[in-house]
Design a protein around this ligand. Structure first.
Ligand code: PLP
Length: 428
């Protein structure tokens, strides 16, 4: 694919120049576990990474590979891999960088599941995290120590009221000689291109807007190819002989593709968080209309957020796309095509009114998901954040009187009418 082609062209064509075996115009679903070696020499070359090819679908599969290439091209990276979910992608991004005793510095503004993964689950690997307010740049710098191996944040942070100053955070990462990993799920490459703001790696939950129709879970890790893994001794798995792959020095042998090959040859091989080809097919189909959907998502979100802000049953709306948002200037710099379609709002009447609201909507679906073509609603305090303490709920914005919306691509007037009738029942 040429770099001169536009986003709308690439979202349809990248990763698919026609099936070489059959001429099929669409990407075939290569529903196979293994691939035939031409002869023993071919097999040896594949296993030695001297030749690129398919061996076994836990490592690579052409349908999954087409999707990885499409996301890589849209993000402007050099290589990428797909995996079974967004949470798998986060582990796959950290895995080549971390060893027991290492830590990641992350934003406090995270998707709920990511918060638990980084603060609890990774401890089992001997990894740890320190979560700080990413608007306090001194706190970010102060949290980095000699065992820090990455900085992690979301571009548009869940639930949408916050835009990370990626340029400022990337500079801190650069000065510390560590990579910046950006979760670009809520923005998608249509709204935000983290590599242009200095990110090293991008992770996605392809489950959300990239697929766009709530059918499959998936994830991706994309590498900018710009990080020098050999500049320090912090990343031995990439820059020194790796015993898990017969002593290969990935950076020396593969240059800018070191991270991607490491992710396939060791990460997918041994952790097995593989995306299946059927799942990749659904996401490839969804991505063909990504820009069209994101334009409608954003236009609808702007209308709905403005309508809510002007309604006196509503206390506040967090959407970064509102003129009243403190992040207005960052939207213009980080995601100029819009602040996404996720936000939360607080209503009068507290917890009970919120429960009544989610029980009264008709067009909205009450589900724990986001980034669907359909409009979705959830009251975090009584669902996803139920197990947290009051303080934890407050820190993550899941206050008792707050409801989160993921605005779909229906008619904005119908979305507003549904909220109007539900608010009438919940607040009066
Ligand atoms: C959904 C989501 C994840 C987790 O992705 P799964 O595909 O559900 O594992 C991570 N980050 C963000 C921002 C998400 O929205």
């Amino acid at each position: 694919m040429s770099d001169t082609q536009g986003f709308d062209t690439l979202q349809v064509h990248a990763g698919n120049s026609g099936d070489p075996a059959t001429g099929a115009r669409q990407v075939p679903i290569y529903q196979t576990t293994a691939f035939m070696f031409k002869d023993s020499d071919h097999a040896a070359r594949l296993f030695n990474l001297q030749e690129v090819g398919n061996i076994y679908s836990r490592l690579t599969n052409p349908t999954v590979g087409a999707l990885a290439e499409r996301i890589t091209v849209l993000e402007g990276g050099v290589g990428g891999i797909c995996c079974s979910s967004g949470h798998a992608a986060q582990i796959m991004a950290l895995f080549p960088l971390m060893m027991p005793g290492c830590n990641v510095v992350a934003s406090t503004r995270l998707y709920g599941g990511t918060y638990t993964q980084l603060t609890q689950t990774i401890k089992r690997f001997g990894w740890s995290s320190s979560l700080v307010d990413f608007d306090d740049l001194d706190a970010v710098k102060g949290a980095i120590d000699e065992n820090t191996r990455a900085i992690f944040c979301e571009s548009i942070a869940n639930p949408g009221g916050y835009i990370t100053d990626l340029d400022a955070i990337a500079k801190i990462a650069d000065d510390a000689g560590i990579p910046l990993i950006v979760d670009n799920t809520s923005a998608t490459p249509y709204l935000c291109r983290p590599f242009e703001h200095g990110a090293t790696l991008i992770v996605h939950s392809t489950t959300k807007y990239l697929t766009g129709n709530g059918t499959v879970t998936g994830g991706a890790v994309i590498d900018s190819g710009k990080f020098d893994w050999s500049a320090s001794d912090k990343f031995p798995s990439l820059s020194q002989p790796e015993s898990a792959y017969h002593g290969l020095n990935f950076h020396e042998a593969l240059g800018p593709m070191a991270f991607t090959f490491h992710s396939i040859a060791i990460g997918l091989r041994d952790l097995g968080m593989t995306m299946n080809p059927q799942g990749a097919h659904y996401t490839l189909m969804g991505m063909e209309t990504l820009s069209l959907r994101m334009q409608k998502h954003v236009a609808n979100a702007e209308k709905v957020a403005n309508w809510l802000e002007a309604d006196d049953r509503v206390e506040s709306v967090t959407y970064a796309g509102l003129d009243s948002s403190p992040y207005k200037d960052r939207v213009a710099r980080i995601c100029p095509k819009g602040a996404g379609a996720l936000f939360s709002f607080a209503i009068k009447g507290g917890y009970d009114a919120c429960v009544k609201l989610v029980d009264s909507v008709e067009l909205f679906s009450h589900v724990a998901n986001l980034g669907d073509a359909r409009s979705l609603i959830i009251h975090s305090a009584s669902t996803t954040h139920r197990q947290l303490s009051d303080e934890q709920r407050e820190a993550s914005g899941a206050l008792p009187n707050v409801v989160r919306l993921s605005i779909g691509i229906e008619d904005a007037d119908d979305i507003i009418a549904d909220l109007d009738q539900a608010l009438a029942k919940a607040v009066g």
